[in-house]
Structures are given as structure tokens and as C-alpha cells.
Design a protein around this ligand. Structure first.
Ligand SMILES: [Zn+2]
Length: 383
């Protein structure tokens, strides 16, 4: 058996983000007799499973002791005859991690959870599973284990359980708490694309309350929203309060013009520029509400915002992004504690919103929220 320095063992908690680089099939005959062909263990360090910007070997030597302790218990259960004495004690923090046996497992891909478990069981490896929102439902998208790997094989430390990362697909979006991200005032020249890209990365859904004349101007961006499968709502044609709210008739004609520009949708969502009750529509409010009630539109105010419209004027010493994050997390905490609906107002027209959006999505996810669009909301929402 190849001699391997013991310090290396503790050095790799290995989490392989996508096991499935190679499209190799496997069969019982592919199971190797031993680990004689294990490659040099040069892949040390902590490799994150999360979408990571760190390179896999950047954390070399940075060993999570807690994880080591937990895993070494399992490793120490390997038969004594299969262990080797520590020949190299130069790494003091790794001396108790002295099992040195690997099981070679050909990489696999696109396996469902059960098949992956059976496959690994064939090598004597037991698994736990972690379920993650998004991904392909029930398919294993990654594996976390102690050991090493190369293009074709995983070298899993014998005696250690592994953790499978299993996708939940769209189910994660509609289960549990739901957040409704909404973006007003677009489409916008650059930001629309950036927002769509972020939503796609996190497999998150959102509702875009677009303005008719912006749709005319940024037709490609509008089409991108539509083809990304995000939802679209009416936010007037002109966004000019004076014209929209002058009378019931002007209000109706703004909606009609918007419809002529945007076209038919399966659902009818509306957001009042400035909110349903604002200083500009005070006089015509009753008429306008009546007008909307005669249509199939459901109107949505919001329950929280990142306050991007004030991120310059009211931020004080904070940067716009810092200010928006602060507003966002304070308001979310209040709603979350009260169990109120989370309908979030943001604007496509602010770059600071684009910048803070990944953080906001991650915060919501960490609090157990999934994302859905307002056409799936039950009823309407007025403040
Ligand atoms: Zn607006």
C-alpha cells in the first residue's frame, strides 16, 4: 500500500461541488480491489460545496478542527489491521487522525438519491443526505467526504460516512415561508439583465411591475423577463402621477395603453405608482379603485422595501448598499417575527439594488424563505 503522510489526512475535508464532471458509467466490475492506484494526495484543504468563488486549493492548511474531530471518530472505527501507525508526527494537530485507507469509487453523475445510496453501499460506504433548494429534484448534485479525488475517481476515507447533497427542485420554492420579490419601474437598460442573472443563479422567482413606455424603449429587456419565466405586472404606461391619477378615465387609458404595449398575459397584476393610497391620487382614489375592481386586476402594495429610492438622500454615513441592507434586514425581521406576508418592493432602476440583491436572497433563504411570484398569491394586497 502506498505510504501517505498522516498529516494529509486531517487536511482534507473534501466537498466536491459537482461530482459529476465526467460522464463515465459505472458497473460492478469497475469496483477496484483496493486503493493501490490512489493518486498523490495533493488536493488538500477545505473545499466549499456552496457556489464558491474560492479555488479548491486556496484554503490549504486551513483545517476546520471541529469537522476533523467529528470525522475522526468514524475513521478510528476502521479495523486496526487496516490502520498504519503515524510515521510522520510533524503535524501535531493531525496525529489522532491516523486511518489511512481509502475506498476508490468511480465518479457518478445524475443519479437520484436512492440509486446513489445503493451505489455507495456497494462500496461499503454509508450516507447521510442534505437537501438543498433548487437543483434537479431528487438528484445528487454533490458529495462531501474525507479523501481525495481526480477526474475519474473519488478516494473516500474508509470508515467515514459521506454526505450527499440532494436537490429539491421547484418544490423548495413553494414550501414553507414565501417571499415575493418585486421590481418596479423597469425594464432598465443594464439592470434588468443583471437582476435576471442573479435570480437565475439562485433559482428565485420574482414579479416585475413594468412601465409601458419603458417596455417600448427596452423591448429586448422586457422579452428577457418574459422568457426567463418571471412574472409581469402593470405599473401604468407613463408613471406620471399627474396623468395617471387625473381621473378615472385617464387611469383607465393608462392601463389600456400598457396592455396594448405589453400584450396578453395569463394573469393580471397591478401596482399603483406611488402605492395604492398616496398624496397624488387622493382625490381620484375612490374612482380609481372602482375602476380597478371592475377589471380582473389584482393590486399589490408591499410590506417591506430595501428603500432604494432613499439610498442616497437618507443613507447618512452609510453607502447606498449598506443603507439598503440595513433597511431590508430590519423590516424583514419585523415581518418574520409577526408572520406577515413578505412582499418586497425594489426598483430595477437602482444599481445599488442589483448590488445588494444576492445578499438579500441569501438572507431570505437562510431564514427559510422560498420565492414565488404574485400571480400565485392568494387574492390581492392593499396596505
Ligand atoms: Zn414606480
Amino acid at each position: 500500500m502506498k505510504k501517505i503522510k498522516p498529516r494529509l489526512f486531517a487536511a482534507f475535508l473534501i466537498a466536491v461541488a459537482a461530482i459529476l464532471a465526467s460522464c463515465e458509467t459505472f458497473s460492478a466490475s469497475a469496483i477496484p480491489a483496493g486503493i493501490a492506484n490512489a493518486p498523490p494526495l495533493n488536493q488538500t484543504g477545505v473545499v466549499s460545496l456552496a457556489p464558491s468563488t474560492e479555488s479548491e486549493d486556496s484554503a490549504s492548511g486551513d483545517i476546520p478542527l471541529e469537522a476533523d474531530t467529528a470525522r475522526s471518530t468514524a475513521a478510528d472505527t476502521a479495523p486496526l489491521s487496516e490502520r498504519e501507525t503515524a510515521a510522520d508526527t510533524s503535524a501535531a494537530d493531525t496525529t489522532d487522525f491516523n486511518a489511512k485507507i481509502f475506498t476508490l469509487v468511480p465518479r457518478f453523475f445524475d443519479l437520484d438519491e436512492k440509486t446513489a445510496r445503493d451505489y455507495l453501499a456497494g462500496y461499503g460506504i454509508s450516507c447521510t443526505s442534505q437537501y438543498e433548494s433548487g437543483g434537479k429534484k431528487d438528484l445528487v448534485s454533490g458529495i462531501e467526504f474525507y479523501g481525495s479525488w481526480d477526474e475519474k475517481n473519488l478516494y473516500i476515507l474508509t470508515g467515514c460516512a459521506v454526505t450527499l447533497k440532494v436537490g429539491l427542485g421547484d418544490e423548495a420554492i413553494v414550501s414553507g415561508k414565501t417571499a415575493y420579490l418585486t421590481f418596479d419601474d423597469g425594464p432598465a437598460k443594464e439592470n434588468t439583465y443583471k437582476i435576471l442573472e442573479i435570480l437565475q443563479k439562485y433559482n428565485a422567482r420574482a414579479t416585475f411591475f413594468v412601465v409601458g413606455n419603458s417596455v417600448k424603449r427596452y423591448g429586448e429587456q422586457f422579452k428577457a423577463i418574459y422568457s426567463a419565466g418571471q412574472s409581469i405586472g402593470c405599473h401604468s404606461y407613463s408613471h406620471v402621477y399627474k396623468s395617471i391619477y387625473a381621473s378615472r378615465e385617464t387611469f383607465a387609458s393608462e392601463v389600456k395603453l400598457w396592455e396594448e404595449t405589453v400584450g396578453e398575459l395569463d394573469y393580471k397584476l397591478f401596482r399603483f405608482p406611488g402605492g395604492s393610497a398616496n398624496a397624488k391620487n387622493y382625490e381620484a382614489y375612490k374612482d380609481i379603485r372602482e375602476e380597478l375592481n371592475t377589471s380582473d386586476y389584482r393590486a399589490f402594495d408591499w410590506t417591506m422595501s430595501n428603500n432604494d429610492v432613499w439610498s442616497v438622500s437618507r443613507a447618512g454615513d452609510l453607502s447606498p448598499v449598506e443603507y439598503e441592507k440595513k433597511c431590508f434586514s430590519e423590516q424583514l425581521d419585523r415581518l418574520d417575527a409577526a408572520g406577515r406576508p413578505v412582499i418586497i418592493l425594489m426598483h430595477e432602476t437602482y444599481s445599488s439594488t442589483v448590488e445588494m440583491l444576492p445578499w438579500a436572497i441569501e438572507l431570505l433563504t437562510s431564514k427559510g424563505y422560498g420565492f414565488d411570484t404574485l400571480d400565485n398569491y392568494n387574492g390581492d394586497y392593499y396596505q
